[in-house]
Design a protein around this ligand. Structure first.
Ligand code: MN
Length: 201
């Protein structure tokens, strides 16, 4: 299993003279807790990046098909390097030849609750849940709400997880927000409008 839990891998992959992404050295002023963000990343392969705040980093997964609101759908989620908290506000274009080159849109954002910790018989905090390979969170986003579970299925170099909607009153098999709700919750722009704005600048 990868043990990131620091921004070392994040920093090593990037040249902050070239990319406008947060350097990871930002001062944490407002100590917000339990933030999550889902970014649409139009890189060499278009995918969604799910990030959950655990302590002072955003623990991250690339979700090729994005999250579903249908509890019968399992979505592959590949763990990637931890990202700095400031990344939750990053939207823009990573230049060509840089790591992750392409456009990034803030598709959804909000806070989450740790459902495992709320269960009396199971007091796992987020870090323990991550180590366990089982995370249960209640999302309060603009697009996504309700319970989601992440289960680790392999601990190889490519740490693979599955992301699934839980059965609750926010589950809805008819919605398909990754294709029908395609605007940023921050700017209202689509991913192509973000790309165009950067080209015109
Ligand atoms: Mn990505």
């Amino acid at each position: 299993m990868k043990s990131y839990n620091s921004l070392k891998a994040y920093k090593e992959k990037r040249n902050f003279k070239q990319t406008a992404e947060p350097s990871g050295d930002e001062k944490i002023t407002a100590r917000e807790k339990n933030q999550f963000v889902i970014q649409l990343h139009d890189a060499s392969n278009k995918h969604f990046d799910l990030r959950l705040q655990i302590n002072d980093v955003l623990v991250s997964w690339a979700v090729p098909k994005g999250p579903s609101t249908d509890p019968t759908e399992k979505r592959l989620a590949i763990r990637t390097e931890d990202h700095p908290l400031a990344y939750a506000n990053f939207e823009g274009v990573i230049p060509e030849d840089e790591y992750g080159a392409g456009s990034v849109m803030i598709w959804d954002r909000g806070q989450f609750r740790n459902l495992r910790q709320e269960k009396e018989e199971d007091t796992k905090d987020m870090k323990a849940s991550l180590q366990d390979g089982k995370i249960e969170v209640w999302l309060e986003g603009s697009k996504l709400q309700g319970g989601y579970v992440l289960i680790r299925t392999s601990t190889n170099e490519d740490e693979k997880w599955l992301l699934k909607k839980m059965e609750d009153d926010k589950a809805d098999a008819r919605r398909n927000p990754v294709s029908t709700e395609n605007r940023s919750v921050q700017s209202g722009k689509t991913i192509s409008e973000i790309k165009k704005a950067a080209e015109d600048a």
